[in-house]
Design a protein around this ligand. Structure first.
Ligand code: NAP
Length: 263
């Protein structure tokens, strides 16, 4: 595939109010992309759009504030892209949340919530986007998964399940959408220093810890933008993440022992 030019590309970014989504928005705007950004915290979206408009005069991102699991919000996002951007070239499903704790101690609501946010919402946004993406220029779906969507660890079973679902879904769609000319890119970050850990359901103050090997959201965004431009299909970030995934493929019993001990 020819290198993807992001200048004037029409892009939706979910979860743009902080972390990886915020960094992606800034970097895509710098490339000249025309953006529609979304998350629940409206003030943050407005502030981001304003700061981009003062730095980059060619592109003022559109904003839609609301819960991504709400079908009405999903519809608003897609309709606004059609109406204001005149179509869609790239959908980036980045919004996500974490949960922590043993499955046996958790509630059914917790499982439902994390799967709603991390899997059903992106899947339904993709369903609504496909007709517009079919008409788009070098159309692409980008799903922000996790290394934990390749190799699961204890204490995060529901999060892992939601990211495994997104991984499997991405693989299937990549084949299914080939004939429509729509690409699918799965990005799998490792620990990233963002607000993610402040919002994890089930985390206690004793879970608060320093994360010395965490990547910065800006770095994750840089790799993601490069992967989009180069037409890649999958990217596992961090050497530790790659090692864990390969060890799991080559020798699952050893990976199980290591994860059970240190995971
Ligand atoms: N941080 C990590 O260590 C790590 C590692 C691997 C993968 N990831 C994945 O990377 C993605 C981004 O995470 P991050 O690290 O950048 O975390 P973050 O800073 O907490 O950002 C999460 C974003 O998702 C939005 N969001 C969460 N729930 C939402 C909902 N119900 N409706 C609408 N928007 C919602 C948040 O916005 P509002 O709160 O304003 O709605 C925020 O903009 C997630 O999919 C996460 O699973 C993160």
């Amino acid at each position: 595939m020819a290198r993807r030019n992001l200048d004037s590309a029409r892009i939706i970014v979910t979860g743009a109010s902080s972390g990886i989504g915020l960094a992606l928005t800034k970097q895509l705007a710098a490339q000249g992309a025309r953006l529609l950004i979304t998350a629940r915290r409206e003030e943050r979206l407005r502030h981001l759009a304003h700061s981009i408009s003062t730095e980059n005069h060619t592109c003022v991102p559109l904003t839609v504030a609301g819960d991504i699991t709400n079908p009405g919000i999903q519809q608003d996002i897609i309709q606004m892209a059609g109406r204001e951007l005149g179509g869609l070239d790239i959908l980036i499903n980045n919004a996500g949340m974490g949960v922590l704790g043993r499955f046996a101690d958790a509630t059914a609501e917790r499982l439902r919530r994390v799967v709603e946010v991390n899997f059903f919402a992106p899947a339904e946004l993709i369903r609504r986007s496909i007709p517009m993406l079919r008409e788009g220029h070098q159309p692409l779906i980008v799903n922000i998964g996790s290394v934990l969507g390749h190799r699961a660890v204890p204490g995060k079973s529901e999060y892992c399940a939601s990211k495994f679902a997104l991984h499997g879904f991405s693989d299937a769609l990549r084949c299914e959408l080939t004939h429509d000319g729509i690409g699918v890119l799965l990005i799998s970050p490792s620990t990233t220093s963002s607000e993610f850990f402040a919002h994890v359901i089930g985390a206690s103050s004793t879970d608060e810890q320093t994360r010395p090997n965490a990547m910065s959201p800006e770095r994750v965004a840089r790799h993601t933008v490069r992967a989009i431009q180069r037409g890649r299909q999958e990217l596992i970030l961090s050497t530790g993440g790659k090692l864990l995934v390969w060890l799991d493929r080559l020798c699952p019993p050893l990976a199980n022992r290591i994860v059970a001990r240190f995971g």
